[in-house]
Design a protein around this ligand. Sequence first.
Ligand code: FNR
Length: 375
Amino acid sequence: PPLDEILNLHDFEAIAKLVMPEKAWAYYSSAADDEITHRENHAAYHRIWFRPRILRDMTHVDWSTRILGHRSSMPVYITATALGKLGHPDGELNLTRAAAKHGVIQMIPTLASCSLDDLMDAAQPGQVQFLQLYVNKDRQVTRRIVQHAEKRGIKALFITVDAPQLGRREKDMRMKFDAEDPDEVTKSGGEVDRSQGAAKAITGFIDPGLSWKDIPWFKSITKMPLILKGVQCWEDALEAYDQNLAGVVLSNHGGRQLDFARSGIEVLVEVVEKFKEKRGITFPNPRFQLFVDGGVRRATDVLKAVALGATSVGIGRPFLYAFSAYGTEGVDKALQILHDEFEMNLRLIGAQTIADVVPSMVDATNIHSHVVAVP
Ligand code: FNR
């Protein structure tokens, strides 16, 4: 169908499923085990409802914000998702170009199909890019990646901490991975075992030994802000705060790691509550920023997270589906849909700016009541 028939981010998934190569679909859409967490990620947003305000002059509304000090046209960033070329020959370049057009930040994955340099060369002057890091068993490899990224102008480092071992993604495992050029996607090193899907084939290098003791080392090799991606409870968020990191992403890796991990939005509520109790701090907070990802498909989802204290949220699969079906124009359209949704929904909840989206605008009373959705 033509792009102008796409009305929301869910539509991209339905179309991608029809038009994408089967292997790419299996890798992008799969999640761990019975995919309960994957479904819960979006379902959890259905347990939060709005308490809109009225009569506040909604002539002009502005949904731009700052993420780690950098301007963003919306409280959304494009999160890191590996292997962009499985879905489209231009891979992650589609994301770079659309991000430039819309003034949003792209988080480049360690396992991008395009090189970091290509993705940075394609950026417009002033365009902000972050880097997601999988930590190599060989720390010298990791040091080189990090220092090269910093020198080239990457603005923040998101260290993935939820993948000491890869989750079991059965849809993907049923496919034999035979990307045209497997070396192209494994520049970071490691063995390529093609017998169990794309994910297994590319992640052998990741160090399961990573621990809190490594944090000072990261601080010693870079001045970039450090953020842990994949925090799942208040205790670890508080440890990150106490170790003077710049923030955490409350995330379960899009449901691809531990099945029955809770949704990021639910963890956000717990983290905000405990930080107030234990350290007396409130969010959003420039010194320590909270990010959420997983299952975000509507501006209303984003506004719920922002109301509850998130600086911004990451969106993954919808952009993959968008470029797999329509290339860069698809990602452009996805971002335009979000802009339009932000404008309307800010007006309807009674917030002129993102700063006006406060906790009293949502009712999250039932966030911790887990009802497993029927498949
Ligand atoms: C991911 N994600 C991910 N995370 C990461 O830290 N490094 C990576 O290489 C990848 N790769 C990856 C590939 C694919 C195909 C997906 C779907 C996801 C996780 C990603 O950053 C993010 O946490 C989730 O995708 C967010 O959920 P949604 O928006 O996809 O529902």
